[in-house]
Design a protein around this ligand. Structure first.
Ligand code: F6R
Ligand code: MG
Ligand code: MG
Length: 369
């Protein structure tokens, strides 16, 4: 039996502002998914949150891109939006960009990461959820966990990993994709994925000789670009990712290691600033300071025939206190730049904000030098 793990998320209203998810939205999502579990439509679920994003973690046997599962998530978001509207939560229904569901939530606003696989004897998975940033924020950590031997000793020590990993990379501007093989094409891949606003790592596959089949993706990142869908700024994508761990794949600790460095990501206030990503627990994932700094939460599960054993709220651990302190120091340093780059994003990345309107307003006032 193959298990599918689907993580589908949306911001359907924040409280207060864009800070967190109201408990009533969690409640309504739990009710909806409980009913689906009872009816046998899904195996198991967990409703999580990160900042103002409601995160539906669902297991089933229907495969990726399944219409019933996407409809269940969509209906859950619609039901949550009704509650959000009653409570006048901020941006109620923000990420539901269309009224009409047509078989798949992709392109309608919600973010999706899904993996289908044959469960191994033991199947540890980690679901990462980010707020106040975009999918490119996963490039650095995913690259490091699967391709950097200074992060993942298994690449050097575990014979199963000697064949490296294959990375599927999306070009979000031209709508095309490419697969890079590491370690042999590592330098070329970095030339692309270093441009994280355009090239995003979508999936990772095991290389030759791995215990896990080369055909089975072992990591997946949500890459929906809300701004490109909506044609105007409706918030950052606030991506999610799923990573399978251990036994030929990076160990749980190797998968977490990249997050000990609070790297700079695009997002934060008005989706227009560079700031450090702060690993924290679900409870701590409430972007406050200037609507930030951006957050990442890691929920660990063991899968047991589709049942989600967990979650372990991993970044709750004291081992990440130091990273949080460092993130606060970097946040303070970046903030001192105010409206100047590199704190504020460069012009081309502000394409969907209010800046183009200002440029239009002052267009006539410019004269030739
Ligand atoms: C960033 C984000 C917030 C808002 C900001 C302004 O992803 O969601 O930082 O951009 O609070 O929001 P509005 O324009 O809705 O007042
Ligand atoms: Mg919001
Ligand atoms: Mg959000």
């Amino acid at each position: 039996m193959k298990t599918t793990l689907s993580v589908i998320k949306a911001d359907i209203g924040g409280f207060p502002g864009h800070q967190s998810v109201h408990p009533d939205l969690i409640k309504v999502a739990n009710e909806k998914l409980s009913a689906a579990k009872k009816s046998g439509a899904i195996i198991d679920f967990f409703v999580g949150k990160c900042g103002d994003d409601l995160e539906l973690i669902i297991t089933h046997t229907k495969g990726v891109d399944n219409k019933d599962i996407h409809k269940l998530a969509w209906d859950t978001f619609v039901a949550g939006t009704e509650v959000a509207k009653k409570l006048k939560l901020y941006g109620a229904g923000q990420d539901l960009l269309s009224d009409a569901f047509s078989g798949n939530v992709k392109g309608l606003g919600p973010g999706v990461a899904e993996l289908e696989f044959e469960e191994r004897i033991s199947e540890p998975v980690i679901v990462f959820m980010m707020d106040k940033t975009d999918p490119g924020a996963f490039n650095l950590p995913i690259y490091r966990m699967f391709a950097d031997p200074f992060c993942t000793p298994g690449l050097v020590i575990d014979p199963s990993m000697q064949g490296g990993f294959h990375f599927e990379v999306y070009d979000t501007v031209e709508g095309r994709k490419i697969t890079f093989k590491t370690p042999e094409e590592m330098y070329s891949m970095l030339a692309f994925v270093g441009s994280r606003s355009r090239y995003v790592i979508k999936r990772v596959y095991p290389g030759p000789g791995n215990k896990v089949s080369e055909k089975e993706a072992v990591a997946c990142v949500s890459t929906e670009k809300l701004s490109q869908i909506a044609g105007q700024y409706v918030g950052k994508d606030d991506p999610v990712a799923i990573v399978r761990c251990q036994s030929g794949l990076p160990a749980v600790g190797e998968v977490l290691e990249p997050f000990s460095f609070p790297h700079l990501v695009a997002g934060w206030m008005r989706g227009s600033h560079q700031g450090p990503i702060m690993p924290c627990s679900m409870k701590q994932a409430t972007p406050t300071r200037l609507d930030g700094p951006p957050r990442v939460v890691a929920l660990g599960f063991q899968l047991a025939n589709g049942t989600l054993v967990g979650p372990a709220d991993i970044f709750e651990d004291v081992a990440y206190d130091y990273t949080r302190q460092k993130a606060n120091k970097i946040a303070e340093y970046m903030r001192r730049h105010g409206p100047f780059e590199p704190h504020r994003l460069p012009e081309e990345d502000l394409e969907y904000t209010n800046l183009p309107k200002l440029q239009e307003k002052f267009k006539g006032r410019f004269s030739k030098i």
